[in-house]
Design a protein around this ligand. Structure first.
Ligand SMILES: Nc1ncnc2c1ncn2[C@@H]1O[C@H](COP(=O)(O)OS(=O)(=O)O)[C@@H](OP(=O)(O)O)[C@H]1O
Ligand SMILES: [Mg+2]
Ligand SMILES: [Mg+2]
Ligand SMILES: [Mg+2]
Length: 298
């Protein structure tokens, strides 16, 4: 009899495939050109791609893991019109072959909370800045973000459309080569479309050599892992738990950190308030996270 991988690894492996399917949907909506933009709130958009990609991910993961809790940015969407092929996913083999960390081996399906942001960087998507767009699927056990997928629908990888980066603490990172940032520089990344006075004040205090303004929490986390920025700074409310769960887990997989702007970890428990009220401060290394905290506390 072949042994079955622990459920947390299987959820990560299935999420890998679901994110790629969602990415295909995001590309298809863009190719058809009918985005169906609706304004959910102030400077907060939803398109047909956001809702369709969420339906795909939630329908697929619910089918495989009915006892897990799944929370999606776009709320409760009816799943009765989801085409069969959107849910016909097989888990990623490379992830299934990995050794599960001891402390996650006994996690049960019902202990897992899955945070889904079907399209991170919607504002940028509607403006054609598709390189900023990611599909985010984060896995939490109790308060902790333990696994994450960051899928880039518009980045090609080895001849296939879309690139999927995955991470799990104690397992590592896949789909991406991390690079250290230039130690002689200090480069920050922040929001392109949701900045405000508080953010600009913090950037001034940190006095960076450069500020890279891009869309999406997922894309900003990738800039950290690519060594293009030293810290992700957004010291104001706006992002939600589905924006940060996957980026936090992926950063954690290689020793990175994501907290609020005071250095406090967020809880990803299913019952938590979804708002990241304390903002976001993230870095690939503790050194740069500490440097920002020290500057804020002066
Ligand atoms: N003020 C405000 N109001 C509503 N929503 C907000 C706000 N600030 C950030 N966000 C959401 O956070 C996601 C990332 O946005 P940004 O890249 O602009 O900013 S951030 O620096 O990552 O916070 C992005 O998520 P998606 O909705 O998934 O695209 C934003 O909608
Ligand atoms: Mg949104
Ligand atoms: Mg988002
Ligand atoms: Mg979104």
């Amino acid at each position: 009899m072949t042994s079955v991988a622990p459920v947390i690894l299987r959820v990560l492996a299935s999420s890998h495939t679901a994110s790629a399917k969602a990415g295909e949907i995001v590309r298809d909506v863009m190719a058809k050109g009918e985005l169906g933009i609706v304004e959910k709130g102030k400077n907060d958009l939803q398109t047909l791609a956001d809702s369709s990609a969420q339906k795909c991910i939630i329908a697929a993961l619910t089918k495989c893991y009915p006892k897990a809790t799944i929370i999606g940015e776009e709320g409760q969407l009816a799943l009765d019109d989801v085409p069969e092929e959107w849910t016909d996913i097989s888990p990623n083999d490379e992830i299934l072959k990995r050794t599960c960390p001891k402390d996650l081996e006994t996690v049960k399906e019902e202990d897992i909370t899955i945070w889904v942001d079907p399209l991170d960087g919607t504002k940028e998507y509607t403006e054609g800045l598709v390189g900023h767009v990611t599909v985010l699927i984060g896995m939490a056990v109790g308060d902790n973000a333990v696994g994450g997928i960051i899928h880039q629908p518009f980045v090609d990888c080895n001849g296939t459309k879309g690139r999927t980066i995955w991470g799990m603490k104690g397992v590592g990172l896949g789909g991406f080569d991390v690079r250290q940032p230039d130690p002689s520089k200090f480069i920050l990344t922040t929001s392109r479309s949701h900045s405000n006075e508080q953010v600009e004040k913090a950037l001034k205090i940190l006095n960076p050599d450069e500020v890279i303004r891009v869309g999406g929490a997922g894309y900003k986390a990738l800039l950290l892992l690519e060594g293009r920025a030293h810290a992700y700074v957004f010291p104001t409310p706006g992002t939600k738990r589905w924006d940060t769960c996957a980026p936090e887990a992926v950063l954690n997989a290689v020793g990175g950190i994501l907290t609020d702007s005071k250095g406090q970890l967020y809880s990803y428990d299913r019952k938590t308030d979804v708002n990241n009220r304390g903002g976001v401060l993230a870095a690939y290394t503790k050194e740069y996270h500490d440097r920002c905290l020290a500057a804020f506390n002066q």
